[in-house]
Design a protein around this ligand. Structure first.
Ligand code: NAP
Length: 251
């Protein structure tokens, strides 16, 4: 380990699930990790577990002001930001579009789509100023396939995937590596919520079909290394067995 020695990574949605696994793995790989989520006590506990390399910054990614302040805090502590993992997202509201609460629908867009924009908007000028960086946004099969009951999630993830493509188009050649990761289904609280809903085929998957959150964390670590440069501007899928093999993940 040591692939990320001396690098600083801002990870949104770091209080649990894929974000928390990524924070632990990136810290093991030598990175300073800046943990963002709304649950201050959960990120404080994770930062305490990781130790001096971790900084917890309570932040709602739906607020640009809050994201900018968190990125500023990271840059002030570590002199810059080398990596942004845009991971925070919500699955709710789970309901047929015709029955969704407009306020809840709008909040999902604020978090899943505008939150990704906020992260990119805050770090891209900083990264260009310091010579480059890597921005990875967690995508989903739902970005490309409609699913019953998930109109806010599907629409927001489709938008986030397009933000990855647009940000790459504008910044290729400026030292920025911008990519997406579609993890497949992962055994986290999000899948527990999906399971409870019973609304579409994903909710009826057997739990054993979900991969552990450590797998996308491993993929994200690999994507931060030059070995993944062929995939700049693209979305990698962990359902792709060739990719899993390349990263050293079994199954
Ligand atoms: P999770 O266990 O529900 O965790 C979601 C994280 O996002 C939590 O840390 C949560 O923290 C944070 N978050 C939510 N709203 C936020 C906000 N407004 N501001 C800051 N942080 C916020 O979900 P997960 O499965 O790890 O999902 C991580 C990513 O993978 C998401 O982008 C998700 O769409 C994607 N993904 C997951 C699956 C899957 O099967 N699990 C499949 C495809 C893609 P707080 O609540 O403390 O704010």
């Amino acid at each position: 380990m040591g692939e990320l020695k001396g690098k600083t990574a801002v990870i949104t949605g770091a209080s649990r699930g894929i974000g928390a696994s990524t924070a632990r793995l990136f810290a093991e790989a030598g990175a300073n990790v800046v943990l963002l989520a709304r649950s201050g006590s959960a990120i404080d506990a994770l930062a305490a577990e990781i130790g001096g390399q971790a900084l917890a910054v309570p932040c709602d990614v739906g607020s640009f002001r809050a994201v900018q302040a968190a990125v500023d805090a990271a840059a002030e502590r570590h002199g810059g930001v080398d990596i942004l993992i845009n991971n925070a997202a919500v699955i709710e509201p789970i309901a047929l579009l015709s029955a969704t609460d407009p306020a809840a629908w709008s909040m999902a867009i604020d978090i899943n789509l505008k939150g990704v924009y906020h992260g990119m908007r805050a770090v891209i000028p900083l990264m260009i100023g310091t010579g480059g960086g890597t921005i990875i946004t967690i995508s989903s099969g739902a970005a490309h396939n409609p699913l019953e009951g998930w109109s806010a999630y599907c629409a927001s993830k489709a938008g986030a995937a397009m933000l990855t493509a647009c940000a790459d188009r504008e910044n290729r050649g400026k030292g920025l590596r911008i990519m997406g990761l579609s993890p497949g289904t992962v055994a986290t609280d999000m899948q527990r919520e999906i399971r409870k809903s019973g609304i579409n085929p994903v909710s009826r998957l057997d739990w054993s079909e979900h991969i552990p959150p450590e797998w996308p964390a491993r993929a994200l670590l690999w994507m931060c290394t030059p070995d993944a440069d062929d995939f700049i501007g693209q979305e990698i899928s962990l359902r792709d067995s060739a990719i899993r093999k390349r990263i050293g993940l079994s199954g």
